[in-house]
Design a protein around this ligand. Structure first.
Ligand code: SF4
Length: 224
């Protein structure tokens, strides 16, 4: 089994989930995208880390701070690029030492792994990206997809998969998931209205109330 390496700075945050102290744990699992001015790209994806945490270090940190946090968040890059056996192994260890909810930040790229983790009750929610109004994209938008997500596509199969992952998250929500977009400066406000409308329709279809957030774009060059 290939062990997962984690960033050796685990962040205590009051802002990731409003009103709730959380521990934000970044895995050094890389990313299949290179989104427009990704805030984490240089430090968490490109950089080779000589020092890192393994799951036992992560577990020790959670154990030390367990009494002051409400949520345990796993992020990347894309955390779910790790092999499923390693994800199961690590998340079981976390489950064993905390009753707090485990949330995974994801693009939705690894839908089958998401299903497996839900089936095994190793995750309580996903915060899933909706980087563009996927449901409105056509072959004319391949340039926009590349500009936003840094991938050259030949067709829209991957976009369909990301939409399926969002639908899976809404359908299986137990009150801890959310869908979020980044307000990239080249996107019109209407893009986020369309995204929200898509999520509203899924909520209505599955009788859920999952929130949708369009978050401020953080420019790494300006540090804001
Ligand atoms: S998916 Fe997230 S981590 Fe990966 S490049 Fe995009 S913004 Fe960065």
């Amino acid at each position: 089994m290939k062990p997962i390496r984690y960033y050796d700075k685990i962040i205590f945050s009051m802002s990731e989930i409003e009103g709730h102290p959380t521990l934000l744990i970044h895995a050094l699992t890389g990313c299949m995208f290179h989104c427009f001015k990704c805030f984490n790209y240089e430090e968490l994806i490109e950089k080779k880390h000589d020092q890192f945490y393994m799951i036992d270090d992560v577990v020790k940190t959670i154990d030390r701070q367990n009494h002051i946090v409400d949520y345990i968040l796993f992020s990347g890059g894309e955390y779910l690029l790790a092999p499923i056996e390693s994800l199961i192994h690590d998340l079981k260890k976390v489950r064993a030492i905390t009753d707090h909810k485990i949330i995974i930040y994801t693009t939705g790229y690894e839908l089958e792994k998401m299903k497996e983790l839900v089936k095994r009750h190793l995750v309580d929610g996903f915060h899933i990206d909706m980087k563009l109004p996927y449901h409105l994209l056509s072959m004319d938008d391949l340039d926009l997809i590349e500009h936003t997500m840094g991938v050259q596509l030949k067709d829209l199969k991957m976009i369909k998969r990301l939409m399926n992952a969002i639908e899976f998250v809404v359908q299986n929500d137990s009150g801890f998931s959310q869908v979020r977009s980044v307000k990239y400066p080249f996107l019109d406000e209407s893009a986020f209205i369309e995204c929200k409308s898509f999520i509203d329709q899924l909520n209505s279809l599955y009788n859920k109330n999952i929130p949708y957030f369009a978050n401020r774009f953080l420019d790494p060059a300006k540090g804001i």
